[in-house]
Ligand binder design. Structure first.
Ligand SMILES: *[C@@H]1O[C@H](CO)[C@@H](O)[C@H](O)[C@H]1NC(C)=O
Length: 327
C-alpha cells in the first residue's frame, strides 16, 4: 500500500536528517497530493486526553469530514499529550490519546505534528522518536520543518522556546534538550524560516506553530512571536498562520496584509468562556467549544471551514489572493 511505503520513506528521511543536522537548514518533506483535487487537510490542536472532554467526538467528526474531503494529511498544532507530554516512547498515552482515538479510515493518513508547551513538560524527545512512527505509521512529530504539498508550502515552527516565561517558571520543568543555548536556537530558526519562505515558489504559504501570534483567548497574543516571527511572515507574504494553544476556534484577519490568524486548538478540553475584547473589523470568528479546521486549497483559492463536534460548519472563509469573500 502506498501509505506504508510513504512512512518508510519518512523513516529514511528522519535517519538521514540526523546526519545532515550540522547544516542548519530545516528538514524538507514532500507530500504527494492526490492528482485530481484540491490539496486538503484537517487541523486539530490541544487534544490528547484519552478521548475525554469530547476528544472522541472531535475525532469522529474529523473522520467524517476527512472522508468527505478525501484529505491528503492531518496537521496537529501541538499539545499532543496532556498534561505533561509523554513520559517516554513506551507511554501508553500514545495509544490511549492518539492511535485508539483517531480510528476513522480517513484519518489513517500522514499526521504532521509540532510540540506544544505541554509536550515540553514531558519527554519531548520521545514524541520526536522514529520508534513511535514504527508503532503507528501515521505519526510524525518534528520541531521545525518544511512540508511541500502541491502548490502549498507548510512551514512548521517550534514556538515553545520563544516564550520567555517558560524559562523562568519555577513550578514546571521543561525538557530543553536540543534547544539550548536558547538564543542561538532561536536565531538559527528565525533565519531558516526566512530563507525557506524566500526560496519557496509555492503559490500558497502557510506557517504552523503551537503558540498564538494574535488571539482574544485566555493566553492572548504571544509578544515574543509578534516581535520576532510576525515581521518575517509579513515580509514573505505568508497567507495563513495556524496555531493552537488557546482552546478555541478563531479567525482574526489583518487590515494591512493578506495574513490570516487561525486558531485550531479545540481538540479536547475547551469552554473557558473568557474572551478578550478585539477589534471587530479583524475578529471574523471565535468559538470556545470543541472542533477542528478543514482546509481545501487549489491553484486559485484557499477555502477554510471550522467544524463543531456535530459536524456543523461554524464559520467558513475563502480567498483567491487579492480579493476576499467571507460568510
Ligand atoms: C461536549 O460538547 C458539547 C456540545 O458542544 C458541550 O455541551 C459539552 O459541554 C462538551 N463537554 C465537555 C466535557 O467539554
Amino acid at each position: 500500500m502506498a501509505m506504508v511505503r510513504f512512512s518508510t520513506f519518512h523513516l529514511i528521511l528522519l535517519m538521514s536528517a540526523t546526519v545532515v543536522m550540522v547544516s542548519a537548514d530545516l528538514q524538507r518533506l514532500e507530500h504527494t497530493v492526490k492528482p485530481d483535487g484540491p490539496v486538503s487537510f484537517l487541523v486539530v490542536g490541544d487534544w490528547g486526553r484519552r478521548g475525554l472532554y469530547n476528544q472522541s467526538n472531535v475525532a469522529y467528526q474529523m473522520g467524517n469530514v476527512g472522508e468527505k474531503l478525501n484529505v491528503d494529511f492531518i496537521v496537529s498544532t501541538g499539545d499532543n499529550f496532556y498534561d505533561c507530554g509523554l513520559v517516554d516512547e513506551d507511554d501508553p498515552a500514545f495509544y490511549d490519546s492518539f492511535t485508539n482515538v483517531y480510528t476513522a479510515l480517513s484519518l489513517q493518513k500522514q499526521w504532521y505534528s509540532v510540540l506544544g508547551n505541554h509536550d515540553y513538560r514531558g519527554n519531548a524527545l520521545a514524541q520526536l522518536s522514529p520508534v513511535l512512527t514504527q508503532r503507528d505509521n501515521k505519526w510524525l512529530c518534528m520541531r521545525s520543518f518544511i512540508l511541500n504539498a502541491g502548490n502549498v508550502q507548510l512551514l512548521f515552527v517550534d514556538t515553545t522556546p520563544f516564550q520567555d516565561k517558560y524559562f523562568h517558571e519555577t513550578d514546571q520543568e521543561y525538557d530543553w534538550r536540543g534547544v539550548l543555548p536558547r538564543e542561538e536556537y532561536l536565531a538559527t530558526l528565525l533565519k531558516d524560516v526566512d530563507v525557506a519562505l524566500k526560496e519557496s515558489s509555492a503559490k500558497w504559504k502557510i506557517v504552523v506553530g503551537h503558540h498564538t501570534i494574535f488571539s482574544a483567548g485566555v493566553h492572548g497574543n504571544t509578544e515574543e512571536l509578534v516581535d520576532k516571527l510576525l515581521p518575517i511572515l509579513q515580509e514573505n507574504k505568508v497567507n495563513l498562520y495556524i496555531n493552537g494553544h488557546d482552546h478555541c476556534l478563531q479567525h482574526i484577519t489583518s487590515s494591512d496584509s493578506e495574513l490570516q490568524f487561525i486558531t485550531s486548538g479545540a481538540g479536547s478540553k475547551a469552554w473557558r468562556g473568557d474572551i478578550n475584547p478585539w477589534n471587530l473589523h479583524e475578529m471574523k470568528f471565535y468559538y470556545d467549544g470543541q472542533g477542528f479546521l478543514a482546509a481545501e486549497i487549489t491553484e486559485n483559492e484557499v477555502y477554510l471551514a471550522f467544524y463543531d463536534i456535530y459536524g456543523n460548519i461554524l464559520h467558513k472563509w475563502s480567498t483567491s489572493g487579492n480579493t476576499r469573500s467571507a460568510s
